[in-house]
Design a protein. Structure first.
Lengths: 115, 111
């Protein structure tokens, strides 16, 4: 049971490049989320999705794009990376049968550095 | 603005003692409350969830909820060095399964 996975785990890129972070979950959870975590700011929600083809903005969506064509995948794209997007990115999911539907389970994270 | 507040710490406790962590929230309609533990360099992992006023115990952990005071706490009994981590309080929002996280309390358990 893989649960929720993220790839890559580490990424170094340059300013202006497009970067896509992948998130995959095997629980058939309906909800998926992208957070960024920075010192002094805690976890901040970037985008979330209630189901395939349904996405919505979170607290800090600028500079990011998401899509969800399949329930199990929720990629996050930085269209033109900036240094301020250097962060640790966590994907999470919720909405399964085994627990309260709003309990979120987190992936291992992607550490992104933009030079 | 919906807020979740925690003391950032560090909260330093001797091994074997009780660690007490506090969290206040501003949204009165919140119904679900969570405590996550996050080790340095790792992802948050769920410790406990609580939905009703009162206490909920799970092993060495006890969550306490007081909706009238908009307050949720976590007690860690018989603290161990392996409990040294940052503890995140999370509160649900009214819709969309979204959670609002506090900034976290760093706990240091000294042998």
């Amino acid at each position: 049971d893989a649960g929720i996975t993220q790839s890559p785990r580490y990424k170094i890129t340059e300013t202006g490049r497009q970067v896509t972070l992948m998130c995959h979950q095997t629980w058939s959870h309906s909800y998926m989320f992208w957070y960024r975590q920075d010192l002094g700011h805690g976890l901040r929600l970037i985008y979330y999705s209630a189901a395939a083809d349904i996405t919505d903005k979170g607290e800090v969506p600028d500079g990011y794009v998401v899509s969800r064509s399949k329930t199990e995948n929720f990629p996050l794209t930085l269209e033109s990376a900036t240094r301020s997007q250097t962060s640790v990115y966590f994907c999470a999911s919720s909405g399964g049968q085994q627990a309260s539907t709003d309990t979120q389970y987190f992936g291992p994270g992607t550490r992104l550095t933009v030079l | 603005q919906k807020e979740v507040e925690q003391n950032s710490g560090p909260l330093s406790v001797p091994e074997g003692a009780i660690a007490s962590l506090n969290c206040t929230y501003s949204d009165r309609v919140s119904q679900s409350f969570f405590w996550y533990r996050q080790y340095s360099g790792k992802s948050p992992e769920l410790i406990m969830s609580i939905y009703s006023n009162g206490d909920k115990e799970d092993g060495r952990f006890t969550a306490q909820l007081n909706k009238a005071s908009q307050y949720v706490s976590l007690l860690i009994r018989d603290s161990q060095p392996s409990d040294s981590a940052t503890y995140l309080c999370a509160v649900n929002q009214a819709a969309g399964n979204k959670l609002t996280f506090g900034g976290g309390t760093r706990v240091l358990v000294k042998p």
